[in-house]
Ligand binder design. Structure first.
Ligand code: NAD
Length: 249
């Protein structure tokens, strides 16, 4: 028996980076994965790769900031698969600027994707999860939702909001048997951190607080997500799972 055998899992931002890695690992462990993203070409490539390896996946076109996209995505998945067992709110964006240079437009853009996207996505899947007798929601926050970092005020505020949104949902949704947890990755090698890790000096600065003195590969976060998505974590609820190589230790 694989670890998430036959679970129907929706992953936002599944086209690349950590989202892609989550989709690949979950599919290899028996899930039917719905790869949801704005980038159809990369999303379909993720799906093709999973199918080539014998896994089950479909692409869903989704901009997490659009309620109509969420409603269409949930309807399509329920129509095809009958239910949604797990939602992974992974899509996110980063704008690095000191607070004094951050524009209101940049602030709003970050909050639209990183916070409002998580809220409307969560709200969209609740009825289907209730009908199914329960569910599981995993919100990807960050260590930058736990501790301060330079030039990241809007991003940090958004990830801090996701952390407490998760805990609030854990309270509201427990009566429906819907588990809700957050994951807090440290510095991970993806397109998002490419510039940050591009020179030895920047790399040293960004990785300074990481006790293991290296960035992680996406799969190292996916292993934690797999645990939360599986029934192995059946009593883990309202928790924050930190995967940061000791950054916040
Ligand atoms: P990434 O930039 O490599 O990939 C992000 C994915 O999200 C892309 O496929 C993109 O198309 C998609 N996306 C962006 N906006 C979207 C929208 N509005 N609707 C749908 N899809 C959208 O990012 P990543 O590094 O893999 O990060 C994934 C998550 O992990 C994000 O929430 C990020 O904030 C968080 N995180 C990243 C790091 C890191 O070091 N990379 C650390 C902590 C937390």
């Amino acid at each position: 028996m694989k670890r998430v055998q036959d679970k129907v899992i929706l992953v936002t931002g599944g086209a690349m980076g950590m989202g892609q890695s989550h989709c690949e690992l979950l599919a290899s462990q028996g899930a039917w994965v719905f790869v949801a993203d704005m980038d159809a070409a990369k999303g379909q490539a993720t799906v093709d790769g999973i199918r080539k390896n014998g896994g089950k996946a479909d692409f869903i076109s989704l901009n997490v900031t659009k309620e109509a996209d969420w409603n269409a995505a949930v309807s399509r998945i329920v129509e095809r698969a009958g239910r949604i067992d797990v939602l992974i709110n992974n899509a996110g964006i980063l704008i690095l600027k000191p607070v004094q240079d951050t524009t209101s437009e940049e602030w709003d853009r970050i909050f639209d994707v990183n916070v409002r996207g998580v809220f409307i996505g969560t709200r969209a899947v609740i009825p289907a999860m209730q009908r199914n007798g329960g569910g599981n929601i995993i919100n990807i926050s960050s260590i930058y939702g736990l501790v301060g970092a330079p030039s990241a005020s809007a991003y940090e505020a958004s990830k801090g909001a996701v952390r407490l949104f998760t805990k609030s949902c854990a309270v509201d949704l427990a009566p429906f048997n819907i588990r809700v947890n957050s994951v807090h990755p440290g510095v991970i090698e993806t397109a998002m951190t490419k510039d940050l890790l591009s020179t030895p000096e920047m790399r040293a600065a960004v990785l300074g607080p990481t006790l293991l003195k290296r960035p992680a590969k996406p799969i190292e976060v996916s292993q934690a997500v797999l645990f939360l998505a599986s029934d192995e974590s059946s009593f883990v609820h309202g928790a924050e799972l930190v995967v940061d190589g000791g950054y916040t230790a």
